[in-house]
Design a protein. Structure first.
Length: 145
């Protein structure tokens, strides 16, 4: 059911990748159909992901793995309740051009760093590395049980 199974490799011009805009408005004749399809596919993927997690399974989102009680990323377990921000974002300006572009941005409490979970840890993962990011965002927002 993953949307990347049949997708061709993505090639994004640098200017589009940095600004996040292909055009100032979507084509009016196809936008409602695309939005409808996107909504239905996301709902189906979200339902499948929730069912998998509820059954004790795991769902892969590229380098991030969702499990019943949180996320795993590079050997770090992040409980759902510790996630304060998980969203798609852009870095528009940076001293280093390698830092520009679209990312999955995540902030979470670091339980071992100090009292009351401060400071927070931050992650920034290139967006193209995280398939079905909207499903992951919705899982984090709904805090699976």
């Amino acid at each position: 059911m993953t949307s990347r199974l049949a997708d061709p490799p993505v090639t994004t011009p640098g200017a589009v990748f940095r600004t996040g805009q292909i055009a100032d408005r979507p084509p009016s004749s196809i936008w409602p159909l695309l939005a409808h399809i996107h909504t239905r596919v996301t709902q189906a993927q979200l339902a499948k992901a929730k069912a998998t997690l509820a059954a004790g399974g795991q769902v892969e989102f590229g380098p991030v793995t969702a499990v019943r009680d949180g996320l795993h990323y590079q050997g770090t377990h992040i409980p759902w309740e510790d996630i304060t921000v998980l969203r798609y974002s852009f870095v528009h300006t940076s001293v280093d051009e390698e830092e520009l572009g679209a990312y999955l941005r995540m902030e979470f409490r670091d339980r071992e760093a100090g009292a009351y979970g401060f400071p927070f840890q931050r992650l920034r993962i290139p967006a193209l590395d995280v398939p079905d990011m909207e499903v992951l965002e919705r899982l984090a927002a709904e805090r699976p049980a």
